[in-house]
Design a binder for this molecule. Sequence first.
Ligand code: NI
Length: 251
Amino acid sequence: MIDTHSHINMIEGLTLDEIIKEAEDNGVKKIILPAASLSDIDAVYEIVQKYDNIYGLLGIHPSEAKDWTDEPAEKIREYSKNKKIVGIGEIGLDYYWDKSFNDLQKEVFVKQIKLANELNLPVSIHDREAHKDTFDILKEHNNGSTIIMHCFSGSAEFMKECIKEGWYIAIGGVVTFKNAVKVKEVAKEVPLDKLLLETDAPYLTPVPFRGKENHPAYIKYTAQEIATLRGMSFEEIDKITTFNAEKIFAI
Ligand code: NI
C-alpha cells in the first residue's frame, strides 16, 4: 500500500524511525508527506532527503493562506528540482474553520495551482465544506496537473463530477466510521483506476483506533473496509491503489 497523504511530521507518539518501521511491518511501501504550514516546506524537504520511501509535497494549507508570498513560491521552485519532491500540496479551500478570509484562500489556491502547472506536478487538494468553489476554481485554472481530491468528503454525485474531469479520489479512515454513509457510497462507486488510499495521519484515525492518534500503519483498515464494501479482496485494493499512486507521483 501507499499512504498518499500522511503528515508523519505531526505524529507525537512515535519517532519518524518508529513510524516508518511500523508502516513497513504493516504493508505500507511508500508514504507521501504533504506540507501544510510555511515551516513544513523546509521540514518536508529535510525528511524526504533522509528516508528512501518517503516522498514530499510542497505548498500551504488554505488555513495558512495569509503566509503565502513570493518567498515560499521561490523555495518550492528550487526544492522541486529534487526528485523526492513529487507534487504540490496540500492546497485548496477550507470554509469550516474560519470564513473571514475566503477570498484570500481562493487567491492563494489559484497561485499554487499555477505553480503546480508551471512545475508540471500533481496536486493534493484540501476541500472542506467548499466543494463548489474548489471544483469551479480547479476547472477554470488548472492547466494540465493531475488532481487528487484528498480525504474526499463529497457525495457520490460530486465524485462523479470530479471523475468526469479526470481527477483522482483519495479515501481515508472516515470510510470505516459506522455513520459515514456518503463516504462509503463513494468508496463503493468510484472507478478503481481513480482510487487512492491515504491516512491523513495524525488525523481521522480509522476504526478500531478511532479517537487515537493516526499512523500510516492503520491504512490497512481503510483498504479492508473498501474491499468489503466492493466485494473485492484486500490484495486487489492494495494492488490497484498502489499502481495508481506510483503512476501519478512517478515513484
Ligand atoms: Ni492533510
